[in-house]
Ligand binder design. Sequence first.
Ligand code: NDP
Length: 399
Amino acid sequence: MGKALIIGAGGVASVVVHKCCQVPDVFEEICIASRTKAKCDALKEKLDGGRTNIQTAQVDADNVAELVELINEFKPDIVINVALPYQDLTIMDACLETKVDYLDTANYEPLDTAKFEYKWQWAYKEKFEEAGITALLGSGFDPGVTGVFSAYALKHYFDEIHTIDIVDANAGDHGYPFATNFNPEINIREITANGRYYEKGEFVETAPLEVKRVYDLPEIGPKDVYLLYHEELESLAKNITGIEKIRFWMTFSEKYLTHLRVLENVGMTSIEPIVFEGQQIVPLQFLKAVLPDPASLGPRTKGKTNIGCIYQGTKDGEPKTYYVYNVCDHQECYREVGSQAISYTTGVPAMIGAMMMLTGKWKKPGVFNIEEFDPDPFMEALNEYGLPWHEDFNPTLID
Ligand code: NDP
């Protein structure tokens, strides 16, 4: 049915490639392109032999001309961006120039400021409309499935949703004293930033990790959850009818937070460049270089993740609550695709989003967040392709 250019060859890209190869009728041909071609070749070697034809290429995704050349050569129907958020705009520029659909899993960030804002990518809306191509922003788990869950809740169970609590729990243990489950730079930038939640038309700021609750999660048990800002809050606040309050909660163990506090106190999480022995380095990038590679955590990680959304609102004038969540087992993911659940829960929705676009189910010119499309075919695909979801109509609420 179609050809996909997959940019990036890291943890998430590896899952995307595995999952695309499981659906060869949709992904007839893929090209894996990254800075380091050897990583793309290693993935190809693992997966060659199936019905999906796999090519590889070297590309610097910061360079629009290089991207355009690669797109013109491979002629994909869609570009799946699973490189880093810094590359979003250059890849969108290349898609515009070549009139090819675009998908990513994280919003654009400038290298020097961690902002987590959609404004740069939303600014492409008219250009994508004029070019007649689709950009699907944030097709991972959070953002991604959390937006699909929200559209599904609104479509089937509520007239109005008033509050959303997104709870992202990872009860996995990799056995290291400290490691991050995905790109450490992105992960630490997210956690050390101020917390923020949406209430009655504005964002309320908190100190980093200031707000903590304990939530008892299905299949995982009670966990400390901390209020963080997360990028889907911005789009959900805009796209979900009647919304008054949205909060995002993530679990962290005491051990993880102690390490992080020390690293922060000694300046290792800073993104301000310093001069070291005549060379400019960014402390956080140096820290990334000494921490375990997230891709190496797969075989060691045991336990489960649980990510879901708790909704409160009204239906036919009556108050209503609804909780929808997915539980994913690290070891099962590893057995299936050779990655732990964090990469898995991001890579599967990226493949499904691309499948929605290639099959024409989600196709309209412009730039869209995931909750702006019909959630039903995506929800079905989640059950089919490895991320089954569960519903609870009487969940415990977070105060
Ligand atoms: P990794 O660091 O494992 O992989 C990133 C890949 O991008 C690497 O292969 C790297 O190439 C490649 N890359 C970086 N810069 C360039 C460039 N200039 N040109 C070409 N390739 C480049 O990250 P993850 O796989 O963990 O994360 C991928 C994306 O997924 C990130 O944007 C992350 O924010 C997002 N994400 C989203 C989640 C969600 O739920 N929505 C959850 C987790 C992650 P090389 O290896 O050659 O250096």
